[in-house]
Design a protein around this ligand. Sequence first.
Ligand code: SF4
Length: 266
Amino acid sequence: MIKEIKVKTALSPSQLPGLDHALNPYRGCAHACIYCYAPSVIHWDKGKWGELVEVKINLPRILSKELRAKKKGVVGLGTVTDPYQPAEKKYELTRRCLELLLMHDLPVCIQTKSSLVLRDIDLLKGFSNIEVGITLTALDNRVREKMEPGASSVDERLRALAELRTNGIKTWVFLGPIIPHITDVDALLDAIAEVKPDYVLVERLRLKEGVWESVSGFIQDFKPELVNEYERIFQGCGEYYGEVFEKVISICEKKGLKCEINRLGV
Ligand code: SF4
């Protein structure tokens, strides 16, 4: 369900590394990823995550005013929502925000799971400093359908990375969250190496409020034989992720991929 809303502010301060401001054209996200922790960050209390998306219809007007006040710094586009989720096809809020950001040529960092980002290549090419991150959590599209039901297929995302690069846009892959024994790290890094991103950012699964219930429900349905192993991993002291991260670093070194492990938080 879509609901149009009006907001009073556009840019908000960001605590994320490398970002000064967060800009989120939507509240809620139809990609409905099972591991999403945005609901706890924005205190979502409007039902099941993914079923309702609030569209900030006046966002470009508010952003325009804020930019005239000479805001500076890196803008993270899509920190608690996906800026290219299905509603963007109709509303084009992300595109209109990009047009405004381009007028001021602010540095922008986009993160998405949608190949719809390719629609805006004409704008992206105009920025002096912009990068697009595309998230990948598994190479097997049947797994992707269960974990990220509303997002683009794995192939579409890989093609988007290749096309962005061909157009001279800096790209990165968010390899995460790594879902134990589900994320096929070797195969995924093989595929990632072929599209040559500028870097890969790797992250573990973070069990913020509601995430454990959602992920353990998925494991019970999809791979019940892993239920005990999950309890062991997530009640343990992080040895599992320590080993996986070492493996990722080693594969990336062999493939010439620049890689960074995000070890912040839990
Ligand atoms: S795309 Fe991002 S914001 Fe949307 S549901 Fe998935 S993790 Fe959450």
